[in-house]
Design a protein around this ligand. Structure first.
Ligand SMILES: Nc1ncnc2c1ncn2[C@@H]1O[C@H](COP(=O)(O)OP(=O)(O)OP(=O)(O)O)[C@@H](O)[C@H]1O
Length: 240
């Protein structure tokens, strides 16, 4: 379970996240949807302990990320890029992460296989395409067999086959009772993957609920999104 409570994050004078609250339940794929600059990455960076909040809390199973005993075994995350050093091979990168987190070595081949990187395991990361880098990032996130996944724009750079693969993967992952939070500014991606949505614009949550409730009465998620964001010029989230 992920709980964001009255979270505020500023970058200098810019309020990137403004009193944001939502929860992410197990067994669901929750999409964190908003246009460029809405505050998605800022929220996820606080959640993952990479930045500090100015106010409020972001908790994973009731604790801040930095106080988790085995972070990689609790929550797998994917932010910008692959996370690996350009001169290293994917296998060397995964071995290093596994070793430094007490993860069994046999897991490396499992995640390479899961991410479709078995044949590219010996290639230097600097030679990877953007999509392969995302696959490696996902493989790294899965190393600790975590119950939660937090992914920032995971389909960035993936080809259609890769997008289909990640959709299926996340759906199955959540169906096993695990928790998935993924951010995107792509509405078509969200419509095809998420079961629940948290919609954010200008640092504020403007909708939060099951996908079918948010899209009810609209032809598409895109229509719902624009209706919502146009109708939400004033503060306060609309709750379904
Ligand atoms: N390190 C930073 N320093 C200054 N301003 C920042 C920083 N990080 C983000 N911002 C600003 O905070 C706001 C929210 O940015 P954020 O990256 O969280 O949005 P986002 O929803 O993830 O957008 P995108 O889809 O473009 O990644 C934007 O106005 C952005 O310019």
């Amino acid at each position: 379970m992920i709980e964001i409570n009255s979270l505020t994050k500023r970058h200098g004078r810019k309020v990137a996240v403004d009193n944001v609250s939502f929860t992410v339940a197990p067994g669901r794929v929750t999409g964190f949807l908003g246009p460029n600059g809405a505050g998605k990455s800022s929220t996820l960076r606080v959640l993952l302990g990479l930045d500090s909040a100015d106010a409020g809390t972001a908790l994973i199973d009731g604790r801040p990320y930095r106080s988790l005993r085995n972070p990689l075994r609790t929550v797998g995350s994917l932010l910008d890029g692959s996370g690996g050093h350009r001169a290293r091979t994917a296998r060397a990168h995964l071995s290093w992460v596994a070793q430094s987190n007490g993860i069994r070595r046999s897991r490396i081949d499992e995640v390479l296989e899961l991410a479709g990187l078995t044949d590219a395991a010996g290639k230097r990361i600097g030679k990877y395409s953007l999509g392969m880098g995302r696959r490696l990032g996902l493989a790294t996130a899965l190393l600790g067999e975590p119950e939660l996944l937090v992914l920032d724009e995971p389909v960035n750079g993936l080809d259609p086959e890769g997008i289909r693969w990640i959709r299926r993967f996340l759906t199955e992952y959540a169906a096993d009772g695990r928790t998935v939070l993924l951010s995107s500014h792509l509405m078509s991606e969200m419509a095809g993957t998420a079961t629940d949505l948290v919609v954010i614009t200008e640092g504020r949550v403007v909708a939060d609920g099951p996908l079918e409730q948010i899209t009810a009465g609209h032809d598409s998620l895109e229509d719902a999104f624009f209706a919502l964001t146009d109708a939400n010029q004033e503060p306060g989230a609309r709750k379904w």
